[in-house]
Design a protein around this ligand. Structure first.
Ligand code: IVH
Length: 683
C-alpha cells in the first residue's frame, strides 16, 4: 500500500471513530471513551487533513464550524409547508379529537404516538445523497431562513448519513436549548449587562439566528427529530413510529420518551404522567403531541387551515400560583444596576417554595401595575427564576402602594436618592431603563466583580464563593480581584478565618496559584468589561494576543473584529482608561497573571499557511468568491505561481503560463471538484 492510501485509510478510520463517539455522546448520551481520547483523535485528524488537503471533505467531523459570519440569511422554499398544531387544553378536547378522527377514518380504533411538545424552534433538514445540505427555519411555513451553517454546529445533527438512506429526504424537528444551558447563557448575559432571554425558546431562536456560527457553536443547542417531511428514491416505513425508529437507525436523535399507544385513555395517562414529571426533564416542554401512527391516515385526513387533522397538541397548564407581594427590595449588581425584586409571602408552586421573584426594572413594574401589598400571580417556567406576572386587581383593598424606585432609595438627610448598599450617587444613563450606583467602590459591585473573576467560565478558582469573598472584603484582605494573588502573604490570618482551617486555606491558595495559568479569553472575561463575556472574549483573542495589545487598541481597530460594534468597542476603551482598572491590571501583571494567546485562531483554520493561485473560470462561483472562501479558511491567495504556492486551482480556459510554471515547480494542481472538496462547503 502506498503511503498516501495508508494516510487516507487512517483519515477514514479517525472519521468513523469520531462520528461514532460523537453519536454516542450527543445522540445516545452515553459516551464510551474519555474526552481526552476524543480530543486526541480529533487533533490527529485535523493534522492529517491539514497536511493532505486533497482528503478534506465537507462532512468531516472537523468541519462543523468553518464558515465566517454571514451578512444575512438566504431564503429556503419549503417543498412541503411546515404546519402548526391544533391545541387541546382540557381532557374533553383530547377525547373530542379522538372521536372526530375515528369518525372521519370510519374505524373502531387506531394506533397513536405520544410525544413531548418541545418548546424550541421548528427546523427542516434536507439530505441529498447522504449529505446534510440545507437547514432552514420554519419562517412563515412556506419560506424559511437558510441557517445551515449554524445547524452544522449542533453535534447531534449528523453531517452525513448512510448511503442506503433515500437519495433525497427532509426531516423536521425542534432545536432547543437545555435548561442548564439556558441558565448558564443568561447568567453570562447578566454579567455582560446584556438583556436576558425570557425563556429557553427565545434563547434557542436567538442562537440559531446568529449571523456568526462561531457564536452559535458555543451555545449548547440540541435537537429532537419528530417527523419525516418527505423522502425520494427509497421506500420508507408506513407508520410514524417505525419511521422514527428508522431515522434513529440513520443517526438522528429521537426523543426516548415517545410512546405508542392504542387507546385514548393511554394518551391521557401519558399526558398526566408528564404533567407531573415535566420539571425533571432537562428541557422545556409545553405539552404533549398525539399523532395518528399510520402515515396513510395523514394523507387521508389532511389539514384544516394550517393545522393537520392527524395530530393534536395537548398543552400543559402553566405553573402558576398566587401570593402576596410583601415588599419590593432593591439589590445591586456587579455593574451597579439597581435591580428591583419581589419579596413574597412564601408560596408553594409545583412543589417548590417561592419567596422571591424577578421584577426586572421600574418600567416593567409600572407597565404591569404591580404595587406593594398586592396579591399577584407568580409564574414559574420550569426551574427558571420565577416571574411576577401581574396583580390580582379584584383583591385590592386600597392600601397597596405604587412603586417608585427613586422614592424607595431616597435619603432624607442627603435630600437625594442613594445606593441602598453604599449610599453612593445614583444615575440613570440616557436611553437606559436601569438606574445605576455610580460608586465603583460600592461593596456590592466589588463583591459581584470578584464573584465573576473566580467563576467557572472565568479564572475558575474553586473553593472561593460568595461567602468567602464577603469575608475577605470585610476583613480587608482584598480590595479587588487582583489582591487574591497576594493572599498567600496572609496565610496565617487565613487559617484562623471562620471555619476555614489549614487544609482549606492551603487548597484555596493552591487554586489561586493554579489560576495564574488560565488562558487569555478567560482573563478577559474575568475582568468584567461591560458587554464583554465569554463569547466576545474568544473573538477578541483572535486579534489581540495579550492585554497590552487589547488595552492599547483604538475604537476603530476594535471595530474591525467581526461582531464587535461601537458599543462594545467603546466599553473596552473606557475600561482600559479607568484609573481603578489600570491599578488592577498593574497588580495582575506583577503577580504574573498575564497570559499570551500563543496560537491566533487563524493558524488553526484548515487552510492556514497554504498559498493558493486560481486560474481560469470556475463553474460554481466567481474567482472573487473563490478567493474569499480560501481566505475565510485561513489560506492566502496570490496572482502568480511561485515555489511557495501550495495549490494551483485550475478552472476552464486557464492561463497557460501558470500551468507550465506549476509543472516546473511540481506544484499540486486542483480541478474544480477537488478544490470544492478542500473548501469543505459547496455553495
Ligand atoms: S409535529 C404538522 N411533534 O410544535 C405539524 N411538533 O404547533 C407537525 N413541536 O412548530 C408538528 N414538539 O415545531 C410535532 N413532538 C413534536 C413537537 C412539535 C414541538 C412544535 C413544532 C411546531 C409546533 C406546532
Amino acid at each position: 500500500m502506498s503511503d498516501l492510501s495508508a494516510i487516507q485509510k487512517r483519515i477514514e478510520e479517525l472519521r468513523q471513530k469520531l462520528n461514532y463517539h460523537n453519536y454516542r455522546y450527543y445522540v445516545l448520551d452515553s459516551p464510551e471513551i474519555s474526552d481526552e481520547e476524543y480530543d486526541n483523535a480529533m487533533r490527529e485528524l485535523k493534522q492529517l487533513e491539514k497536511q493532505h488537503l486533497q482528503f478534506l471533505t465537507p462532512d468531516s467531523p472537523t468541519q462543523r464550524v468553518g464558515a465566517t459570519p454571514l451578512e444575512a440569511f438566504g431564503v429556503v422554499e419549503h417543498p412541503l409547508p411546515l404546519l402548526s398544531l391544533g391545541n387541546a387544553f382540557v381532557t374533553e378536547d383530547l377525547f373530542a379529537w379522538h372521536t372526530r378522527t375515528l369518525k372521519l377514518l370510519g374505524v373502531e380504533q387506531f394506533d397513536m404516538v405520544c410525544e413531548h411538545k418541545m418548546d424550541g424552534l421548528a427546523i427542516a433538514l434536507t439530505y441529498v445523497n447522504g449529505q446534510f445540505t440545507t437547514g432552514a427555519t420554519r419562517g412563515d411555513g412556506f419560506r424559511g431562513e437558510n441557517i445551515t451553517q449554524n445547524l452544522r454546529t449542533i453535534r447531534s445533527i449528523p453531517l452525513s448519513v448512510s448511503k442506503d438512506a433515500p437519495s433525497r429526504f427532509e426531516v423536521r424537528g425542534e432545536v432547543y436549548l437545555p435548561k442548564v444551558g439556558f441558565r448558564k447563557l443568561n447568567k453570562e448575559r447578566e454579567e455582560e449587562g446584556l438583556p436576558l432571554f425570557a425563556n429557553p425558546r427565545n434563547a434557542a431562536a436567538g442562537s440559531v439566528r446568529q449571523l456568526d456560527p462561531r457564536i452559535t457553536v458555543k451555545r449548547p443547542l440540541d435537537i429532537y427529530i419528530y417527523m419525516l417531511g418527505y423522502a425520494e428514491g427509497k421506500a420508507v416505513p408506513s407508520t410514524h413510529w417505525e419511521t422514527m425508529e428508522y431515522l434513529r437507525s440513520l443517526g438522528f436523535k429521537i426523543n426516548p420518551n415517545n410512546k405508542r399507544v392504542n387507546r385514548i385513555e393511554e394518551a391521557e395517562a401519558y399526558y398526566q404522567t408528564w404533567t407531573q414529571k415535566r420539571e425533571s426533564l432537562p428541557y422545556e416542554a409545553d405539552g404533549v403531541v398525539v399523532k395518528t401512527d399510520l402515515l396513510e391516515y395523514h394523507n387521508f385526513l389532511g389539514d384544516v387551515g394550517r393545522e393537520p387533522r392527524w395530530a393534536i397538541a395537548y398543552k400543559f397548564p402553566a405553573i402558576q400560583g398566587t401570593t402576596r407581594l410583601k415588599e419590593i427590595g432593591i439589590s445591586v449588581g456587579r455593574t451597579g444596576t439597581l435591580n428591583p425584586y419581589a419579596i413574597l409571602e412564601p408560596v408553594q408552586i409545583g412543589g417548590v417554595t417561592i419567596e422571591r421573584a424577578a421584577l426586572h426594572n421600574e418600567d416593567d413594574i409600572r407597565r404591569k401595575d404591580i404595587r406593594e401589598s398586592d396579591w399577584v400571580y407568580i409564574q414559574r417556567a420550569g426551574d427558571v427564576i420565577p416571574d411576577v406576572v401581574g396583580p390580582i386587581v379584584s383583591k385590592r383593598t386600597g392600601k397597596e402602594k405604587e412603586f417608585s424606585l427613586l422614592e424607595k432609595i431616597y435619603d432624607k438627610e442627603k435630600s437625594r436618592p442613594v445606593c441602598p448598599v453604599c449610599g453612593g450617587e445614583v444615575v440613570k444613563p440616557e436611553g437606559e431603563v436601569m438606574y445605576y450606583c455610580s460608586n465603583a467602590a460600592c461593596p456590592a459591585q466589588v463583591q459581584g466583580r470578584i464573584e465573576l473573576f473566580v467563576s467557572r467560565g472565568a479564572m475558575d478558582i474553586r473553593g472561593i464563593g460568595e461567602r468567602l469573598i464577603a469575608l475577605f472584603l470585610r476583613k480587608g484582605f482584598v480590595k479587588d480581584a487582583s489582591d487574591l494573588y497576594t493572599l498567600y502573604k496572609e496565610h496565617g490570618k487565613l487559617v484562623n478565618l471562620e471555619k476555614l482551617g489549614e487544609k482549606s486555606a492551603d487548597n484555596i491558595l493552591k487554586a489561586i496559584e493554579k489560576s495564574k495559568k488560565q488562558s487569555l479569553p478567560r482573563l478577559i472575561n474575568a475582568l468584567g468589561i461591560r458587554h464583554v463575556g465569554e463569547e466576545t472574549a474568544n473573538l477578541l483573542v483572535e486579534h489581540f494576543k495579550n492585554l497590552d495589545e487589547l488595552g492599547s487598541a483604538s475604537r476603530e481597530k476594535l471595530m474591525t473584529v467581526p461582531s464587535i460594534g461601537p458599543k462594545i468597542a467603546d466599553s473596552i476603551v473606557a475600561f482600559f482608561h479607568e484609573e481603578r482598572n489600570k491599578e488592577i491590571l498593574k497588580k495582575l501583571r506583577e503577580a504574573d497573571v498575564w497570559p499570551e494567546q500563543v496560537t491566533l485562531k487563524a493558524e488553526n483554520l484548515p487552510l492556514s499557511g497554504q498559498e493558493f493561485v486560481v486560474t481560469g473560470t470556475l463553474k460554481a462561483f466567481s474567482r472573487e468568491i473563490a478567493h474569499e472562501k480560501i481566505k475565510a479558511l485561513g489560506g492566502t491567495v496570490k496572482d502568480n505561481v511561485t515555489k511557495n504556492t501550495a495549490y494551483l486551482v485550475v478552472g476552464e480556459d486557464p492561463g497557460e503560463n501558470k500551468i507550465i510554471r506549476a509543472h516546473a515547480l511540481g506544484t499540486e494542481q486542483l480541478n474544480e471538484e477537488k478544490f470544492i472538496a478542500i473548501l469543505g462547503q459547496k455553495n
